[in-house]
Ligand binder design. Structure first.
Ligand code: ADP
Ligand code: SF4
Length: 691
């Protein structure tokens, strides 16, 4: 189909200093968890986006010097020749697919506590960055930079720029955002200097200007120089010279870089979870930048709708549509718009599982795109799969795992029957996406159903509860069981070890609520699953005018939600909705009137009034059908996938379903899993800093 002329604007080329981007789709720097230790994994991940039509493909943060070491978080480096080689694999692959390659040169300052290199962190005035924040926590306080340190910092950027150009990068970033060193110079809270780099904003901007100049001079104007800058706090601060400090800073820097990449200051606002933050949430902070500079501006906002993208350009907010998460969820987003296939876009759901990968220190994972991070290792392409399927496959269970399995099997060419006992497909998503803020998650089912409905070789059978005898009678060549998991009304003891079920009236699990139960108030929600569902259930019940106490074994509500940037927002939501919070507690008893609690460390007991108890804890795999089928003589192979195999988050179910479908019918010898290795010359040496 030809592309809709409404979207032509998105496919205009745009100049960035000495370079030209082929269109307005710009994959801004984002963490991938792929360090120089996995150069081919990283190259394939980035190049897939170039193949999918992004005009610019960027690295994540790339350290310019060992005094900026983020370990154990995964962090790329540009310290030496081995690093040049590692990055060149990416730039070659990105260029081969027709895109420009950008590198985010990065010095973390006080936000990088150098756990491995053991240099003292550097900072303008010795103020630590979120020193009690999990992950950044350190008892090492940063060194106040003297004039020689500032000269070194500028030189390190210039030297890294030379290496970056040698590695093949077209666009070199100076990064003044998200708490990192140049940002700390901009902010009066962190910069209390009295020299030429501190005091009035004109002075605080100086370091950023000098870094831009140094990077440009080092590459003799051959590379474009981009400035990535966080404007949220600056925009909130009044200025005598301009409407805000953000206006003042952009005014000083208006002609300095070839491109502005504008963003928020904190991961929770910059990469906000959809649960609490809509698409395009950056606009009120960054909307003024283009009015102050002629340089092109890129910004993000979890854009997946081409109409919103066009509006951002037409209204003069942005020149480039920046994408991090949308480019992970669908590397082919630009191509799909270009080819008039907007309905085929696999829209990011804003769950931030991808962010959790960085916090976990591993390659990026994505709920919507199971192939993310597997492009090289397993050879999985997000759009293509070998069309080698022969015969009929019955998939039982149309939740995330079954839908993904059916889709991938259909693409392989099998004749697929997908059956679910429910009236609508989507499994757990059916009810969960009706909970407060979780509606965008429905996209996981909607995308797959939209694709399946177009496939002539796939038949959908809703309202079809299948027994083992039904399945055997169906006579498929292969059977995939994706029957999900069920929640248990069990308590837990010390160390979250399983304890028995509670024998009392009005004890419920999420499955009961999904079936329509609205518990009697006051309700206690006991959450030792600690991801999103317990807190979403509490919000749901508070929205039904129930008095709710949320009890958790963890030290915070939705404790694992720290990994997805949701946790602070859950706390804010609880405060708004009047949900009482009891942390570090286990439930020791419930009789339908009173809930007994014990503090997990001290054992101190307490009681709260509760007529109902909702337990969000363990799940048991719903593998009964599979177990029953094992004793039937089936004509072909039998597979167990998704939560029925091992209960997990939606990301795990989609991945498992995809893998089952990719590998079904293949011999083990035909399933290739490659192992990457770093480039490390024997004479490799860390550059040392004189203390
Ligand atoms: P997953 O996350 O692994 O996809 P879900 O729990 O979301 O798991 O989905 C499992 C789906 O399987 C549900 O929609 C459920 O209705 C369906 N299901 C479970 N048992 C049967 C069965 N015997 N016959 C048909 N559908 C079933
Ligand atoms: Fe979007 Fe979730 Fe995928 Fe991240 S993991 S790109 S937030 S769908």
């Amino acid at each position: 189909m030809p592309r809709d002329p409404r979207f032509d604007l998105l496919f205009e080329p745009v100049r960035i200093g000495p370079k030209t981007a082929r269109n307005r789709f710009f994959q801004v720097p984002h963490a991938s968890g792929m360090t120089n230790a996995a150069p081919h994994v990283r190259a394939a991940f980035r190049a897939t986006k170039a193949e999918g039509g992004w005009a610019v493909v960027s690295t994540g943060a790339c350290s310019v010097h060992p005094s900026s070491d983020d370990s154990p978080f995964p962090c790329a480096t540009l310290w030496d020749e081995a690093d040049v080689r590692a990055h060149a694999v990416t730039t070659e692959a990105v260029h081969a697919a027709g895109a420009l390659a950008a590198v985010e040169l990065w010095h973390g300052g006080a936000a990088a506590v150098n756990r491995t290199t053991r240099h003292a962190p550097l900072s303008p005035s010795g103020v630590p960055w979120m020193a009690t924040h999990v992950g950044f926590m350190s008892s090492a306080r940063p060194k106040v930079m003297d004039a020689a340190d500032i000269r070194d910092l500028i030189r390190w950027h210039a030297e890294a720029a030379v290496r970056a150009e040698r590695a093949g990068f077209d666009i070199l970033y100076v990064y003044a955002g998200m708490g990192y060193l140049p940002y700390q110079f901009l902010m009066s809270d962190y910069n209390r200097r009295t020299d030429a780099y501190g005091g009035p904003l004109r002075n605080r901007v100086r370091l950023v200007e000098e870094l831009i100049d140094a990077v440009r001079e080092a590459t003799h104007g051959r590379c474009a120089v981009a400035l990535r800058i966080s404007l949220q706090e600056l925009r909130a601060r009044p200025s005598a010279a301009a409407p805000s400090e953000a206006h003042e800073v952009i005014g000083y820097l208006r002609d300095a870089p070839d491109l502005f990449d504008v963003k928020m200051d904190y991961s929770t606002t910059d990469c906000a979870a959809s649960r609490y933050t809509p698409e395009s949430s950056h606009e009120p902070v960054v909307d003024f930048v283009k009015s102050l500079t002629d340089r092109p501006v890129v910004g993000v906002g979890r854009f997946t709708s081409p109409d919103t993208m066009v509006s951002m350009i037409r209204r003069g907010v942005l020149d480039f549509i920046g994408g991090a998460r949308p480019s992970i969820a669908d590397p082919f987003l630009p191509k799909k718009i270009e080819e008039g296939r907007v309905e085929d876009i696999r829209e990011c759901i804003g769950c931030n599982l991808c962010i959790s990968s960085w916090h976990d220190g591993v390659w990026v994972r994505c709920t919507q795109n199971p192939t993310a991070g597997e492009e090289w290792r397993r050879g999985w392409h997000p759009e293509r799969v070998a069309r080698d399927g022969r015969g009929r496959v019955l998939v039982v269970g149309g939740g995330p795992a079954g839908l993904e399995a059916a889709l991938t099997l259909g693409r392989r060419g099998f004749d697929v029957a997908l059956a679910d006992r429910a009236r609508t497909f989507g499994g757990r998503l059916g009810w969960e996406s009706s909970l407060p803020g979780l509606n965008p998650w429905r996209r996981v089912a909607d995308y797959r159903l939209g694709q399946l409905e177009k496939m002539p070789n796939v038949m959908l059978y809703p309202e079809s509860a299948l027994s083992a005898a039904d399945v055997a009678e169906f006579g498929a060549d292969h059977v995939v069981v994706a029957t999900g998991a069920r929640w248990l009304a069990h308590l837990c003891g010390a160390n979250e070890l399983p304890a028995g079920p509670v024998e009392a009236p009005r004890v419920y699990t999420p499955d009961d609520l999904a079936a329509g139960v609205i518990p009697e108030a006051p309700v206690a929600v006991f959450d030792y699953d600690n991801y999103y569902l317990g807190s979403a259930v509490a919000e749901h019940l508070a929205g039904r005018d129930r008095t709710v106490t949320y009890v958790t074994t963890a030290g915070a509500a939705a404790a694992w939600g720290f990994m997805t940037n949701e946790q602070p927002l859950v706390h804010q939501s609880f405060a708004r909705r009047g949900i009482a919070l009891r942390t570090l507690q286990i439930v020791t008893g419930f009789d339908g009137e009173t809930l007994r609690l014990a503090q997990i460390f001290s054992g101190e007991e307490s009681r709260i009034a509760a007529r109902s108890l909702v337990i969000v804890g363990y799940r048991a795999p719903g593998s009964a059908l599979y177990d029953a089928l094992a004793s039937h003589a089936l004509p072909g192979s039998l597979h167990l996938t998704g939560d029925a195999r091992a209960p997990g988050a939606i990301v795990h179910a989609v991945y498992q379903g995809h893998r089952t479908a990719r590998e079904l019918g293949l011999a083990a010898a035909d399933i290739a899993v490659r192992r990457d290795a770093p480039f490390a010359p024997r004479d490799f040496q860390l550059p040392e800093v004189a203390e």
